[in-house]
Design a protein. Structure first.
Length: 208
């Protein structure tokens, strides 16, 4: 397991715009997709390649392509959907699954209400995406669902994270690689990331 915190100037620049409370819904939504695509670029750096013979307009040669091409993007509903859109711009042939979770207001723990994966998910490399890694509850629950369905190659991608969420995910699933746009300071008493960017789902869909 490894934790990768992005230091690319474009990612940091776009996250800075997203954090501003004056950023419009459309701009925020677009930036979620753009930053997700940039993080995915780094997250796929170690995908295995295989050599194939092709013919260019000039002559035959050997090229390299991603081995197997068995990738699957799994957004956590609802905020993860626009991250998936950005990643699909980069990997248009990837399959897409969905995980639906809501937080029990008494226990503050996530409860599953939906999970749909490709039939061959256990053979695929899975990229779970969610804008925020706060307490880590949703991320851990999503990984649990993947493993119950036989998935073993799992990565988690998020825009921003709190140390508490990273600690919980790495403790409960030490075999999952985590890719983070920025590691923020902490969680506040309400479980929000500080300084954060607010509720990502509400800002994406303009529901607050």
């Amino acid at each position: 397991m490894s934790v990768y915190i992005m230091d690319h100037p474009l990612i940091q620049h776009k996250l800075g715009i997203m954090r501003r409370k004056t950023t419009s819904t459309k701009e925020f939504r677009d930036l979620v997709s753009e930053v997700a695509m940039l993080i995915c670029y780094e997250a796929t750096r170690k995908l295995p390649l295989t050599e194939i013979e092709i013919e260019t307009p000039i002559e035959k040669t050997t090229a390299r392509e991603i081995e197997g091409k068995k990738l699957c993007i799994v957004p956590i509903l609802r905020a993860g959907l626009h991250m998936a859109d950005g990643i699909l711009n980069l990997i248009p042939n990837a399959k897409v699954g969905h995980v639906g979770l809501y937080r029990n207001e008494k226990t503050l723990e996530p409860v599953e209400y939906f999970c749909k994966l490709p039939s061959d998910a256990s053979e695929r490399e899975i990229f779970i995406v969610d804008p925020m890694l706060a307490t880590g509850g949703s991320a851990v629950a999503a990984v649990n669902l993947m493993k119950k369905r036989g998935v073993r190659k799992i990565h988690f991608l998020c825009l921003i994270a709190a140390p508490e969420g990273v600690e919980r995910l790495t403790r409960e699933h030490p075999d999952v690689d985590i890719f983070i746009g920025n590691l923020d300071e902490r969680l506040n008493e309400n479980g929000y990331i500080v300084p954060g960017l607010g509720d990502a789902g509400d800002r994406i869909y303009g529901t607050k």
